[in-house]
Design a binder for this molecule. Sequence first.
Ligand SMILES: NC(=O)c1ccc[n+]([C@@H]2O[C@H](COP(=O)([O-])OP(=O)(O)OC[C@H]3O[C@@H](n4cnc5c(N)ncnc54)[C@H](OP(=O)(O)O)[C@@H]3O)[C@@H](O)[C@H]2O)c1
Length: 251
Amino acid sequence: MSPRKAIVTGASSGIGAAVAVELARAGWQLGIVGRDAARLAKVAQECGGQVQIAAIDMRDTSEFARFVEGFGAVDLYISNHGILDGRRDGEAVETGAVADDVLAINLTSAVAALHVVLPGMQARGVGQIALVSSLAGLSPLPDAPAYSASKAGLVMYGLSLREALRGSGVGVSVCCPGYVATPMGGEHLGNRPHEITAADAARRIVKSALANKRLFGFPAPLWPMALFSLLIPEWMLRMFNGDLRFTASKR
Ligand SMILES: NC(=O)c1ccc[n+]([C@@H]2O[C@H](COP(=O)([O-])OP(=O)(O)OC[C@H]3O[C@@H](n4cnc5c(N)ncnc54)[C@H](OP(=O)(O)O)[C@@H]3O)[C@@H](O)[C@H]2O)c1
Protein backbone atom coordinates (compact mmCIF):
# COMPACT_ATOMS: atom_id res chain seq x y z
CA MET A 1 0.00 0.00 0.00
CA SER A 2 1.35 3.46 -0.82
CA PRO A 3 -1.25 5.90 0.48
CA ARG A 4 -0.70 9.55 -0.42
CA LYS A 5 -3.78 11.54 0.61
CA ALA A 6 -4.37 12.08 4.30
CA ILE A 7 -6.89 13.88 6.50
CA VAL A 8 -5.82 14.93 9.99
CA THR A 9 -8.42 16.22 12.46
CA GLY A 10 -7.50 18.53 15.31
CA ALA A 11 -4.70 19.84 13.11
CA SER A 12 -4.93 23.51 14.09
CA SER A 13 -2.82 22.93 17.19
CA GLY A 14 -0.51 20.67 19.16
CA ILE A 15 -0.12 17.04 18.12
CA GLY A 16 -2.39 17.30 15.05
CA ALA A 17 -0.46 20.28 13.67
CA ALA A 18 2.80 18.39 14.18
CA VAL A 19 1.36 15.28 12.48
CA ALA A 20 0.35 17.45 9.51
CA VAL A 21 3.86 18.90 9.22
CA GLU A 22 5.39 15.43 9.52
CA LEU A 23 3.14 14.06 6.75
CA ALA A 24 3.70 17.11 4.52
CA ARG A 25 7.47 16.62 4.77
CA ALA A 26 6.96 13.05 3.57
CA GLY A 27 5.08 14.31 0.51
CA TRP A 28 1.48 13.64 1.52
CA GLN A 29 -1.40 15.69 0.17
CA LEU A 30 -3.29 16.90 3.20
CA GLY A 31 -6.71 17.86 4.42
CA ILE A 32 -6.46 19.49 7.83
CA VAL A 33 -9.43 20.03 10.10
CA GLY A 34 -9.98 22.13 13.22
CA ARG A 35 -12.28 24.92 14.33
CA ASP A 36 -9.89 27.86 14.20
CA ALA A 37 -9.40 28.92 10.57
CA ALA A 38 -6.52 31.30 11.31
CA ARG A 39 -4.49 28.66 13.14
CA LEU A 40 -5.24 26.13 10.39
CA ALA A 41 -3.93 28.61 7.81
CA LYS A 42 -0.68 28.96 9.78
CA VAL A 43 -0.27 25.19 9.92
CA ALA A 44 -0.95 24.94 6.17
CA GLN A 45 1.75 27.55 5.55
CA GLU A 46 4.20 25.53 7.65
CA CYS A 47 3.29 22.39 5.70
CA GLY A 48 3.73 24.05 2.30
CA GLY A 49 2.65 21.90 -0.65
CA GLN A 50 -0.93 20.84 -1.19
CA VAL A 51 -3.07 21.42 1.87
CA GLN A 52 -6.83 21.81 2.00
CA ILE A 53 -8.20 23.50 5.11
CA ALA A 54 -11.54 22.78 6.77
CA ALA A 55 -12.64 24.98 9.66
CA ILE A 56 -15.28 22.61 11.01
CA ASP A 57 -16.68 21.69 14.37
CA MET A 58 -16.35 17.91 14.22
CA ARG A 59 -19.72 17.54 15.96
CA ASP A 60 -21.20 18.64 12.63
CA THR A 61 -20.79 15.36 10.77
CA SER A 62 -22.63 16.59 7.65
CA GLU A 63 -20.17 19.45 7.22
CA PHE A 64 -17.26 17.04 7.61
CA ALA A 65 -18.88 14.71 5.03
CA ARG A 66 -19.10 17.62 2.54
CA PHE A 67 -15.40 18.32 3.05
CA VAL A 68 -14.45 14.67 2.55
CA GLU A 69 -16.52 14.49 -0.63
CA GLY A 70 -14.61 17.44 -2.09
CA PHE A 71 -11.26 16.11 -0.88
CA GLY A 72 -11.53 12.78 -2.71
CA ALA A 73 -10.16 9.37 -1.79
CA VAL A 74 -8.63 9.29 1.69
CA ASP A 75 -5.72 6.86 2.11
CA LEU A 76 -4.83 7.79 5.67
CA TYR A 77 -7.22 9.22 8.24
CA ILE A 78 -5.84 10.45 11.55
CA SER A 79 -8.62 11.14 14.03
CA ASN A 80 -6.91 13.35 16.56
CA HIS A 81 -9.34 16.12 17.56
CA GLY A 82 -10.27 16.31 21.21
CA ILE A 83 -10.63 18.40 24.33
CA LEU A 84 -9.45 17.91 27.88
CA ASP A 85 -11.82 18.93 30.62
CA GLY A 86 -12.57 17.64 34.08
CA ARG A 87 -12.74 18.69 37.70
CA ARG A 88 -12.08 22.40 38.15
CA ASP A 89 -10.26 23.87 41.15
CA GLY A 90 -12.52 23.53 44.21
CA GLU A 91 -14.70 20.76 42.76
CA ALA A 92 -14.68 17.14 43.97
CA VAL A 93 -15.81 15.81 40.59
CA GLU A 94 -16.43 17.19 37.11
CA THR A 95 -19.95 18.44 36.28
CA GLY A 96 -22.42 16.60 34.06
CA ALA A 97 -22.18 19.41 31.49
CA VAL A 98 -18.41 18.98 31.24
CA ALA A 99 -18.83 15.20 30.85
CA ASP A 100 -21.40 15.70 28.05
CA ASP A 101 -19.10 18.01 26.09
CA VAL A 102 -16.06 15.80 26.43
CA LEU A 103 -17.93 12.66 25.34
CA ALA A 104 -19.65 14.44 22.44
CA ILE A 105 -16.40 15.76 21.00
CA ASN A 106 -13.85 13.09 21.88
CA LEU A 107 -15.94 9.99 21.31
CA THR A 108 -19.29 10.51 19.56
CA SER A 109 -18.00 12.91 16.91
CA ALA A 110 -14.85 10.83 16.37
CA VAL A 111 -16.85 7.65 15.71
CA ALA A 112 -19.33 9.48 13.45
CA ALA A 113 -16.53 11.08 11.41
CA LEU A 114 -14.71 7.80 11.02
CA HIS A 115 -17.83 6.40 9.37
CA VAL A 116 -17.71 9.22 6.84
CA VAL A 117 -14.27 8.13 5.66
CA LEU A 118 -14.59 4.36 6.05
CA PRO A 119 -17.00 3.46 3.18
CA GLY A 120 -14.64 4.90 0.56
CA MET A 121 -11.72 2.94 1.99
CA GLN A 122 -13.79 -0.25 2.04
CA ALA A 123 -14.94 0.27 -1.54
CA ARG A 124 -11.33 0.72 -2.70
CA GLY A 125 -10.05 -2.07 -0.44
CA VAL A 126 -7.27 0.14 0.90
CA GLY A 127 -6.78 2.65 3.69
CA GLN A 128 -5.43 3.27 7.16
CA ILE A 129 -7.23 4.81 10.12
CA ALA A 130 -5.42 5.97 13.26
CA LEU A 131 -7.34 6.97 16.38
CA VAL A 132 -5.51 9.19 18.84
CA SER A 133 -6.61 8.01 22.27
CA SER A 134 -4.55 8.46 25.45
CA LEU A 135 -2.94 6.53 28.28
CA ALA A 136 -5.99 7.87 30.15
CA GLY A 137 -8.04 5.44 28.05
CA LEU A 138 -6.38 2.57 29.90
CA SER A 139 -5.70 4.09 33.31
CA PRO A 140 -8.69 5.80 34.98
CA LEU A 141 -8.40 9.53 35.73
CA PRO A 142 -10.44 10.44 38.84
CA ASP A 143 -10.06 14.11 37.92
CA ALA A 144 -11.46 13.69 34.39
CA PRO A 145 -13.74 10.63 34.25
CA ALA A 146 -15.40 11.56 30.94
CA TYR A 147 -12.02 12.21 29.31
CA SER A 148 -10.86 8.75 30.46
CA ALA A 149 -14.12 7.19 29.27
CA SER A 150 -13.95 8.91 25.88
CA LYS A 151 -10.41 7.68 25.33
CA ALA A 152 -11.26 4.15 26.56
CA GLY A 153 -14.16 4.23 24.10
CA LEU A 154 -11.78 5.05 21.28
CA VAL A 155 -9.46 2.19 22.29
CA MET A 156 -12.25 -0.37 22.24
CA TYR A 157 -13.97 1.05 19.16
CA GLY A 158 -10.72 1.03 17.23
CA LEU A 159 -9.62 -2.44 18.28
CA SER A 160 -13.08 -3.89 17.58
CA LEU A 161 -13.23 -2.22 14.19
CA ARG A 162 -9.72 -3.41 13.33
CA GLU A 163 -10.77 -7.02 13.83
CA ALA A 164 -14.03 -6.50 11.94
CA LEU A 165 -12.08 -5.13 8.97
CA ARG A 166 -9.36 -7.79 9.00
CA GLY A 167 -8.56 -8.90 5.47
CA SER A 168 -10.43 -5.96 3.91
CA GLY A 169 -7.35 -3.89 3.13
CA VAL A 170 -8.36 -1.26 5.69
CA GLY A 171 -6.20 -1.09 8.81
CA VAL A 172 -7.04 0.53 12.13
CA SER A 173 -4.45 1.61 14.71
CA VAL A 174 -5.03 3.05 18.15
CA CYS A 175 -2.44 5.35 19.67
CA CYS A 176 -2.18 6.19 23.38
CA PRO A 177 0.12 9.14 24.07
CA GLY A 178 1.22 10.08 27.56
CA TYR A 179 1.94 13.71 28.45
CA VAL A 180 2.66 15.88 25.41
CA ALA A 181 3.57 19.59 25.56
CA THR A 182 0.68 21.28 23.69
CA PRO A 183 -1.93 23.94 24.44
CA MET A 184 -4.10 21.12 25.86
CA GLY A 185 -1.22 20.22 28.16
CA GLY A 186 -1.40 23.80 29.49
CA GLU A 187 -5.01 23.17 30.61
CA HIS A 188 -3.86 20.26 32.79
CA LEU A 189 -2.84 21.77 36.13
CA GLY A 190 -0.71 19.08 37.74
CA ASN A 191 2.46 17.05 37.32
CA ARG A 192 3.28 15.92 33.78
CA PRO A 193 6.08 13.35 34.13
CA HIS A 194 8.01 12.22 31.05
CA GLU A 195 6.37 14.91 28.91
CA ILE A 196 7.51 14.89 25.27
CA THR A 197 7.20 17.42 22.45
CA ALA A 198 4.35 17.43 19.94
CA ALA A 199 6.87 16.79 17.13
CA ASP A 200 8.16 13.69 18.94
CA ALA A 201 4.60 12.43 19.53
CA ALA A 202 3.72 13.09 15.88
CA ARG A 203 6.68 11.06 14.60
CA ARG A 204 5.66 8.10 16.76
CA ILE A 205 2.00 8.34 15.73
CA VAL A 206 2.73 8.54 12.00
CA LYS A 207 5.30 5.73 12.11
CA SER A 208 3.03 3.38 14.03
CA ALA A 209 -0.05 4.18 11.95
CA LEU A 210 1.80 3.54 8.70
CA ALA A 211 3.05 0.24 10.15
CA ASN A 212 -0.60 -0.64 10.98
CA LYS A 213 0.31 -1.25 14.63
CA ARG A 214 -2.70 -2.49 16.59
CA LEU A 215 -2.30 -0.56 19.87
CA PHE A 216 0.70 1.46 20.81
CA GLY A 217 1.52 3.89 23.58
CA PHE A 218 4.33 6.05 24.83
CA PRO A 219 6.52 7.10 26.56
CA ALA A 220 8.10 3.82 27.65
CA PRO A 221 7.93 4.29 31.46
CA LEU A 222 4.21 5.14 31.50
CA TRP A 223 2.91 2.77 28.79
CA PRO A 224 3.30 -0.52 30.72
CA MET A 225 1.97 1.13 33.90
CA ALA A 226 -1.17 2.18 32.02
CA LEU A 227 -1.59 -1.31 30.54
CA PHE A 228 -1.39 -2.92 33.98
CA SER A 229 -3.56 -0.37 35.75
CA LEU A 230 -6.74 -2.46 35.53
CA LEU A 231 -5.00 -5.55 36.87
CA ILE A 232 -3.14 -4.20 39.88
CA PRO A 233 -4.84 -3.61 43.27
CA GLU A 234 -6.33 -0.16 43.90
CA TRP A 235 -3.81 0.66 46.64
CA MET A 236 -0.95 0.08 44.21
CA LEU A 237 -2.60 2.20 41.50
CA ARG A 238 -3.07 5.02 44.05
CA MET A 239 0.59 4.74 44.97
CA PHE A 240 1.68 5.13 41.33
CA ASN A 241 -0.89 7.80 40.47
CA GLY A 242 -0.91 9.70 43.76
CA ASP A 243 1.15 12.63 42.47
CA LEU A 244 -0.70 12.72 39.12
CA ARG A 245 -3.91 14.31 40.45
CA PHE A 246 -4.84 17.55 38.63
CA THR A 247 -7.53 20.09 37.95
CA ALA A 248 -8.62 21.34 34.52
CA SER A 249 -8.43 24.96 33.43
CA LYS A 250 -10.23 25.98 30.23
CA ARG A 251 -8.78 28.76 28.06
N1 LIG B 1 -1.39 16.80 25.10
C1 LIG B 1 -1.43 15.65 25.77
O1 LIG B 1 -0.77 15.51 26.82
C2 LIG B 1 -2.23 14.49 25.23
C3 LIG B 1 -2.02 13.24 25.82
C4 LIG B 1 -2.74 12.15 25.36
C5 LIG B 1 -3.64 12.30 24.32
N2 LIG B 1 -3.82 13.53 23.76
C6 LIG B 1 -4.81 13.62 22.68
O2 LIG B 1 -4.17 14.14 21.53
C7 LIG B 1 -5.13 14.85 20.74
C8 LIG B 1 -4.56 16.21 20.39
O3 LIG B 1 -4.39 16.93 21.60
P1 LIG B 1 -3.37 18.15 21.76
O4 LIG B 1 -2.64 17.94 23.02
O5 LIG B 1 -2.63 18.40 20.51
O6 LIG B 1 -4.43 19.32 22.06
P2 LIG B 1 -4.65 20.76 21.41
O7 LIG B 1 -3.35 21.41 21.13
O8 LIG B 1 -5.62 21.43 22.32
O9 LIG B 1 -5.36 20.41 20.03
C9 LIG B 1 -6.65 19.89 19.99
C10 LIG B 1 -7.14 19.95 18.57
O10 LIG B 1 -8.47 19.40 18.52
C11 LIG B 1 -9.29 20.34 17.85
N3 LIG B 1 -10.67 20.28 18.31
C12 LIG B 1 -11.13 20.28 19.59
N4 LIG B 1 -12.45 20.25 19.59
C13 LIG B 1 -12.85 20.23 18.30
C14 LIG B 1 -14.11 20.20 17.65
N5 LIG B 1 -15.28 20.19 18.34
N6 LIG B 1 -14.16 20.20 16.29
C15 LIG B 1 -13.00 20.22 15.58
N7 LIG B 1 -11.78 20.26 16.14
C16 LIG B 1 -11.71 20.26 17.48
C17 LIG B 1 -8.69 21.70 18.14
O11 LIG B 1 -9.13 22.60 17.16
P3 LIG B 1 -9.41 24.17 17.48
O12 LIG B 1 -8.38 24.57 18.50
O13 LIG B 1 -9.23 24.82 16.16
O14 LIG B 1 -10.78 24.24 18.01
C18 LIG B 1 -7.21 21.38 18.03
O15 LIG B 1 -6.80 21.39 16.69
C19 LIG B 1 -6.41 14.92 21.57
O16 LIG B 1 -7.33 13.95 21.14
C20 LIG B 1 -5.93 14.61 22.97
O17 LIG B 1 -6.94 14.05 23.77
C21 LIG B 1 -3.14 14.63 24.19
